[in-house]
Design a binder for this molecule. Structure first.
Ligand code: NAD
Length: 452
């Protein structure tokens, strides 16, 4: 992994002075998740409609947080949760928005602003949709304005959804916590009442069995470690050539290794057989293995194009078919359903010069996820994608220095994310508390300036 010496320098006394005087970016040290730490340190201020905020307040109080409706002008604020669930015209945004604005100068470092509102797509009323889209716009803009490692995100509720649904609390907790350190300017949709809050928030995946492909190194190894930390038993998958590294990761997470090329016709069946043989169950599959073979389209050859499509998307479609045909990956109603989480990329959203093959495959992942959602829901499960932006890995360490430095700073947090940041979002989407969210692509990109 390439070292981000600039961020380290900025976070020294002298470094801060010099870089501020020169007007240079100010990447902050981000607050990251620790199972033994509180969800967030300091007061959480609830603003907006009272009925809904009473429901959310009960969760926050249950998590031991200091919940306030008002706060003194000199007090520091850890988070603001702004409820817009009943706005009917853009003119109605004003009171709550300006109240949020009034608190921004009191925010602590790595603070959170979270907006909660109904999905704009679920109304045909122009004024109501305009108001809801307004919440989207203001949340994204606020994310660009946050300082000192702070983020702004939204929770978008289905029209009919009861705000007391477990997955609303699950999304709120994820966004408040250090798990979402590198998620900013994004929206988590909650579409169903499905979901269950864990007895132990430090082990939300207790008793579950997860498979992670491409887990010998990089983001995949981080996913395996994070799922293991959260209580899952983990099968790590990678190509035979990466066997030694794969065995090391398997040992570290007290899991099992499966050497497999995911482009094999029977890769899905091999995964199912392994899970059946060693654990007798399979709950979570993370399609992380992926490759790049960059070339401008004018110079593209069939081996580069076909290999990227084969590894990054065709293999996933084939494996999902096998999973969905298997009783091992099915659940009776009322139990925690199976989960699939795929790795997309911001390149698949915005496109990227030299990556037409990669962007086609990653946009394909997003299409697959949204189209497969109903099939998973029929099994009481979910399928989602995570789109990382610039993440500090061996892959990005190989970029030329200047390109890497620019790519790293081109987001609202002015730094690259870590493999753990991607892993935390995947662990959240795989957890029972996210059962109400399916078909979503969630970006982990520090609000990268490319893409939507
Ligand atoms: P990496 O190259 O470090 O690791 C990928 C792993 O997948 C390797 O261990 C490799 O052996 C394995 N793999 C490749 N082809 C395989 C196959 N056919 N069968 C089984 N295993 C195979 O990559 P990374 O940076 O850790 O990225 C992981 C995922 O995240 C990829 O899907 C990538 O596209 C995506 N992603 C990464 C970034 C980033 O900044 N690093 C950004 C966006 C998306």
């Amino acid at each position: 992994m390439a070292q981000d010496s600039y961020t380290e320098f900025v976070n020294t006394g002298l470094g801060k002075k010099i870089t501020k005087a020169l007007g240079l970016p100010q990447p902050a040290k981000l607050r990251r998740y620790r199972p033994d730490a509180p969800v967030i340190h300091g007061p959480v201020v609830l603003l907006g409609s009272t009925e809904a905020s009473d429901i959310l307040a009960r969760h926050l109080l249950g998590w031991g947080l200091d919940v306030r409706r008002h706060i003194g002008p000199k007090e520091k604020v850890a988070a603001v949760v702004a409820l817009f669930d009943s706005v009917a015209t853009p003119a109605q945004l004003s009171d709550t928005v300006l109240a949020v604005g009034g608190l921004l100068k009191q925010l602590k470092s790595s603070a959170r602003v979270i907006t909660v509102f109904r999905d704009p797509a679920h109304t045909e009323d122009p004024a109501v949709r305009a108001a809801r889209k307004g919440v989207e716009g203001l949340t994204r803009s606020l994310a660009h304005e946050m300082r000192a490692g702070g983020t702004a995100n939204g929770i978008m509720l289905h029209e009919e959804l009861d705000i007391a649904s477990p997955s609303v609390a699950g999304a709120l907790r994820f966004l408040l916590s250090g798990r979402s350190a590198f998620v900013s300017g994004q929206f988590i949709t909650v579409d169903s009442v499905n979901g269950a809050l864990p007895d132990d928030w430090a082990a939300p995946l207790e008793g579950q069995v997860a498979v992670v492909t491409g887990a010998a190194r990089g983001i995949g190894a981080a996913i395996a470690r994070t799922l293991h930390r959260d209580g899952a038993r983990v099968v790590v998958v990678d190509i035979p050539a990466a066997g030694e590294q794969l065995a090391a990761v398997a040992n570290e997470v007290a899991g099992t290794a499966l050497q497999l090329d995911i482009t094999d016709d029977d890769a899905g069946e091999q995964i199912l057989d392994h899970a059946e043989q060693y654990y007798g169950r399979l709950d979570i599959v993370v399609h992380n293995a992926g490759i790049t073979r960059d070339k401008l389209l004018a110079n593209m050859d069939s081996s580069r194009w076909d290999s990227v499509i084969a590894v990054n998307i065709e293999s996933q479609l084939r494996m999902n078919r096998a999973l969905l045909n298997s009783e091992l990956f099915n659940r009776p109603e009322g139990t925690v359903g199976p989960r699939i989480v795929s790795l997309a990329s911001t390149s698949g959203i915005a496109g990227n010069r030299g990556q037409s093959n990669y962007a086609a495959s990653k946009a394909g992942v997003m299409g697959m996820v949204s189209a497969s959602s109903s099939q998973l829901q029929a099994r009481h499960g979910t399928i989602n994608a995570v789109a990382p932006g610039f993440i500090e890995t061996e892959m990005t360490a190989k970029m030329p220095f200047a390109t890497r430095e620019v790519a790293r700073r081109l987001n609202s947090l002015n730094q690259g994310g870590r493999p753990e940041d991607v892993a935390e979002t995947i662990a959240y989407l795989a957890s029972p508390a996210a059962a109400g969210t399916s078909g979503l692509t969630l970006r982990v990109c520090g609000q990268n300036l490319v893409g939507a």
